[in-house]
Design a protein around this ligand. Structure first.
Ligand SMILES: [Ca+2]
Ligand SMILES: [Ca+2]
Length: 195
């Protein structure tokens, strides 16, 4: 009897005690964990009204048990604006089966004419960034009011340069990532013909 207690009773008692001590949420792994969406799950749109800039964020994660506990505050460093949000994913059973997109609008405040970048982050990790222009069309690097081949040629002539190189000019770095690459040309090409 004593050997049965030794081999079965004591381990059973230990299990009961451990289960009583560990919180139920941890035992069943029903917890909220931080979630960093992929760039494809996030859509950013810039728009302006009365000299005030706004960014619409759409999170289309496709899973309903996701919670945004904080959208973060706008942090501005010259032409770079960023936010660091907090997004959580429920690891337990999800009772809801409908996952509509989660929408939010950031108010960027008054913006003077210039080229800007907006970065959407989760706990300091960048998820997506977009460039936008105030007072001119994105890609109109010579600021003549229209996006034409001369704008694209100007970017192409600085192609491959980095911040600090003699060929590098901030106004040619359309997406503000401190290097002039094919994505800068593509952004200008997307707006080609606009005036
Ligand atoms: Ca132009
Ligand atoms: Ca660039």
């Amino acid at each position: 009897m004593s050997s049965r207690l030794q081999y079965f009773g004591i381990p059973l008692l230990a299990c009961v005690l451990i289960l009583a001590i560990i919180p139920r949420s941890v035992r069943s792994l029903e917890v909220w964990i931080i979630y960093v969406p992929s760039s494809d799950d996030v859509d950013l749109k810039f728009w302006m009204l009365n000299q005030t800039g706004y960014i619409n964020v759409t999170l289309d994660i496709g899973y309903p048990c996701v919670n945004v506990s904080s959208w973060g505050e706008i942090v501005r460093d010259n032409s770079s604006l960023s936010v660091s949000s907090e997004i959580w994913w429920w690891t337990g059973f999800c009772w809801c089966f409908i996952a509509p997109p989660i929408l939010h609008t950031y108010d960027l405040g008054y913006l003077e004419e210039g080229l800007y970048t907006f970065r959407f982050m989760v706990l300091g990790m960048e998820v997506k960034r977009i460039p936008f222009a105030v007072g001119f069309i994105l890609g109109d690097v010579n600021r003549d009011g229209r996006v034409r081949i001369d704008d694209i040629l100007a970017i192409a002539l600085a192609f491959g340069s980095y911040y600090g190189d003699p060929e590098y000019e901030p106004y040619l770095d359309v997406n503000g990532d401190l290097k002039i690459r094919v994505d800068d040309v593509l952004i200008a090409a997307e707006n080609f013909g606009r005036e």
